[in-house]
Design a protein around this ligand. Structure first.
Ligand SMILES: [Zn+2]
Length: 445
């Protein structure tokens, strides 16, 4: 079955046709590692993961690359603030990111190149752009001359250049305000973060970093390039311009973009102070899997609105879905598997795939063992970690209270047991007694 995806370049859903039959070369724009990833970034990373898993489920071999931007203005400013080198800062936040990936059951990409390891390749690219007349030297750096690019702005479907011109500040000796920096010459504010190059000491612009890392790890033409919708312009637009000017070849055959995550109907931003990270989700007692479940509930091309109530709903739903996973594993229901594969191959329709998981769970004719097998098969793509042993994160405080209550019950100290239950309830958790012991869950209002 063909996997179809919405290609931002053509604005239509198209079958994926990799250049090498079964091999898919996929590149994701990764984070700039100067701070924690917020849940909008994490949504895009979960979607990248679903895409990889969906392609593998369809029998394709995927080579997945996600870069790390470890040199740019934000990195330099933050490193100076913390009094550490950009490398220390990068190492620290890359580790936090990989811990988030692990917690969210995101498969680690096959390669995670760092921009600072690819400076040499970027310099070679810029030299070629200068030689071929696509780039020129200005007082503060090397610029790409947008007028020389073929079909500039096709990805963003920009109407002429009005929009670009209004969004970019003019620099005195740039030929046009829409020209963008390939290289920035060293300034005293850079704190010594600079590299020698034939055209002058400095550091790369953000866009050239991805062009070079994609070329070096996957080749001149890649099959799928992804990122958040905010990267369509200028970042991806400029990656295309540079890469195609240097290589004389199509840069990416397909462009896949994940929409924004909103918080209570507002855009997430530092200035609004409404940034949410995975750490804040875990601190409130939620499982990272609940967040993953929540993300899958919306199609990646729709804006998604995060609320704590919605996350709670997702956690309760996942808990209930997981109750259908038993110890005994039967056979995968072929009919359901076929439908699941179709939903996923249809532009990653995760809401319908999740709905189908529920249909299987509630089905009265499929045996418990076969349900387990079918849901585990779906989980190869969904990655919700369903298992007879799935443990949702329960805060230590609640677990301790629960242990003390178990002891009280063993000693038949019912008054103490009730008091501890009240305490657990007052903290937003519920405890019920089953023949397998007590079960803790979030209180549903
Ligand atoms: Zn990029």
């Amino acid at each position: 079955m063909d996997v179809t995806l919405f290609n931002t370049m053509t604005r239509s859903i198209e079958p994926l046709v990799p250049q090498n039959k079964q091999d898919v070369r996929m590149y994701h724009c990764g984070p700039t590692v100067y701070d924690f990833a917020h849940i909008g970034n994490l949504r895009a990373f979960i979607i990248n993961d679903i895409l990889r898993r969906a392609l593998e489920y369809a029998g394709l071999d995927v080579k997945q690359v996600m870069n790390i931007t470890d040199v740019d203005d934000k990195m330099i400013a933050r490193a100076a603030e913390e009094g550490v080198s950009i490398h220390t800062l990068a190492r620290e936040y890359t580790n936090f990111l990989l811990a988030d990936f692990k917690a969210l059951n995101i498969l680690i990409p096959h390669k995670i190149p760092h921009a600072t390891e690819h400076i040499g390749g970027m310099i070679v690219m810029i030299e070629k752009l200068l030689r071929d007349g696509f780039a020129y030297k200005a007082s503060d750096g090397i610029y790409f001359e947008v007028a020389k690019a073929k079909n500039y702005g096709a990805l963003a479907h920009l109407d002429l250049y009005a929009e670009i011109e209004s969004r970019i500040e003019a620099v005195q000796d740039k030929k046009s305000p829409r020209d963008f920096a390939l290289w920035k010459f060293e300034t005293p504010e850079d704190g010594g973060v600079a590299y020698d190059a034939s055209f002058g000491r400095g550091r790369p612009g953000w866009h050239i970093e991805c062009s070079e890392m994609a070329r070096d790890t996957l080749g001149e033409t890649i099959d799928i390039h992804t990122g958040g919708v905010d990267l369509i312009f200028p970042h991806h637009t400029n990656e295309i311009a540079q890469s195609e000017a240097v290589n004389g070849k199509l840069f990416a055959r397909m462009w896949v973009h994940t929409e924004f995550m909103m918080i209570d109907g507002q855009k997430m931003s530092k200035s609004l102070g409404n940034i949410i990270t995975l750490k804040s989700i875990i601190e409130r007692g939620f499982s990272p899997f609940a967040f993953r479940y929540f993300v899958l509930g919306a199609h990646y091309r729709s804006k998604q609105n995060f609320t704590w109530e919605a996350l709670e709903g997702a956690e309760n739903a996942l808990r209930k879905l997981n109750d259908h996973i038993g110890e005994e594993i039967g056979r995968v229901d072929k009919d359901c598997q076929k439908r699941f594969a179709e939903f996923i191959a249809n532009d990653l329709d995760t809401p319908r795939a999740l709905a189908l998981a529920w249909e299987v769970a509630k089905n009265k004719t499929i045996s418990a063992a076969d349900k387990t097998a079918t849901l585990l098969d779906f989980d190869r793509v969904l990655g919700l970690g369903v298992s007879p042993r799935l443990e949702m994160t329960i805060p230590l405080e609640i677990r301790n209270l629960s242990t003390r209550r178990e002891e009280a019950r063993k000693n038949k100290d019912w008054a103490k047991s009730d008091k501890l239950r009240d305490e657990i309830n007052s903290l937003g958790w519920d405890i019920s007694d089953t023949d397998k012991g007590s079960k803790i869950s979030k209180l549903i209002n």
